[in-house]
Design a protein around this ligand. Structure first.
Ligand SMILES: Nc1nc2c(ncn2[C@@H]2O[C@H](COP(=O)(O)OP(=O)(O)OP(=O)(O)O)[C@@H](O)[C@H]2O)c(=O)[nH]1
Ligand SMILES: [Mg+2]
Length: 354
């Protein structure tokens, strides 16, 4: 799964990317997209590792892409931005990075520091881009349904949906608002519409005003994080020990970048199950509502093929019990069959036979 950082020029995307991934991409002056994998923070993996002292600890991962800034301030920049938008169509989630920090040496987009206006402009551009794509598709489908092809019925259905999408966009609403069934979701997803994608907002505030109220109006179901990107980058460059000291001095419990990663993971509908043993303690990423047999396939196709049962204990139960043996004694370990829906934090041992 991939999350792309999107925003106007000099909003702090590359600085945030570097705080997230440790990769310095500011040096390239943001000319190309860059991808980096981050470790999804999960204390449960560490707890298991403390118990089993494995040779290896593996966290779940999430990919982030740093994209050059989108500018619509001139025709030439607009043309450049439209090209970049093609890249965004490939991503699974968009994080909009909005500038709210003061910094006299960093020019502000359109000479304003106004995250609300930036958000409105970006969302409007996304709507326009989707509109163009949808109306092209509508024109094509209108021709297609006049032909006696075997797919005619399907084209008709799609046309109906696309016309609804067009109307929605004309009313300045996102395409995501018209999805009511998995079928519709599937049909729309393949086009990579920008307003169909899950998204979140990062308001990049100054070092001094992190306590201020959020300044941006967004729908209630969209996550908004206020963070000072440059401070996060500085924190990420410290050693773990120094960082710990610094954070307790400032009264910070979790790094904002860690909160952002967790927020993206959740927004993408992802959950983790855990495995343990002397070789490796590990978190595995699956979409919510994955069955036990599919989860087994994530580890190895043999385990999926020869699946017998999944021995499952919820992490919290395991933690309370102290270890696996005591969890078993307390009747907290269940044997589940293929169809069991794996829950976030399930600690699983698969029984299989090949
Ligand atoms: N004071 C302050 N400066 C910041 C903050 N975030 C970024 N900057 C500065 O703003 C400048 C631009 O930051 P980048 O992270 O390169 O911005 P960007 O969005 O990647 O820019 P483009 O890729 O050119 O669109 C750098 O000089 C950063 O140090 C912040 O939170 N506070
Ligand atoms: Mg950049």
């Amino acid at each position: 799964m991939n999350v792309t950082l999107v925003g106007h020029p000099l909003s702090g995307k590359s600085t945030l990317f570097s705080a997230l991934t440790g990769i310095d991409s500011t040096a390239e002056y943001g000319k190309t997209a860059k991808v980096g994998t981050v470790k999804v923070p999960d204390e449960r993996v560490e707890w298991l590792a403390g118990l089993y002292k494995p040779k290896k600890i593996t966290h779940a991962g999430l990919d982030f892409t740093d994209l050059p800034g989108l500018s619509f301030a001139s025709a030439a920049e607009q043309a450049q931005s439209v090209k970049l938008i093609a890249d965004i169509r490939q991503t699974d989630m968009i994080v909009l990075v909005l500038r709210a920090f003061d910094n006299p040496v960093v020019p502000a987009y359109r000479d304003r520091v106004d995250p609300g206006a930036d958000l409105t402009e970006l969302r409007s551009e996304f709507i326009l881009c989707d509109m163009e794509q949808v109306s092209n598709r509508v024109d094509k489908l209108k021709v297609q349904i006049t032909k006696p092809t075997p797919h005619r019925e399907q084209y008709k259905k799609e046309l109906e949906l696309m016309e609804k999408a067009l109307e929605t966009l004309e009313n300045e609403q996102p395409i995501s608002s018209i999805i009511h069934s998995p079928d519709e979701a599937k049909m729309l997803r393949s086009f990579g519409f920008l307003t169909e994608k899950p998204w979140a907002v990062v308001v990049n505030v100054s070092e001094s005003d992190q306590q201020e109220k959020p300044s941006v109006q967004i729908p209630a179901d969209i996550a908004q994080l206020e963070l000072c990107v440059s401070m996060e980058q500085e924190l990420s460059r410290l050693s773990e020990e120094e960082r710990g000291e610094f954070m307790s001095e400032l009264g910070i419990e979790t790094l904002a970048v860690d909160r952002l990663i967790a927020c993206c993971y959740k927004t993408l509908g992802l959950v983790s199950f855990l495995t343990y043993g002397p070789d490796e303690c590990r978190a595995w990423t699956i979409p919510a509502n994955t069955s036990a047999v599919e989860a087994a396939g994530k580890i190895h196709s043999d385990i999926q093929r020869g699946f017998i049962r999944a021995e499952v204990v919820a992490f919290e139960d395991l933690k309370v019990a102290g270890d696996f043996r005591q969890a078993k004694a307390a009747n907290k370990v269940r044997l589940e069959s293929k169809q069991y829906q794996v829950q976030d934090g399930d600690v699983i041992t698969f029984r299989f036979n090949v």
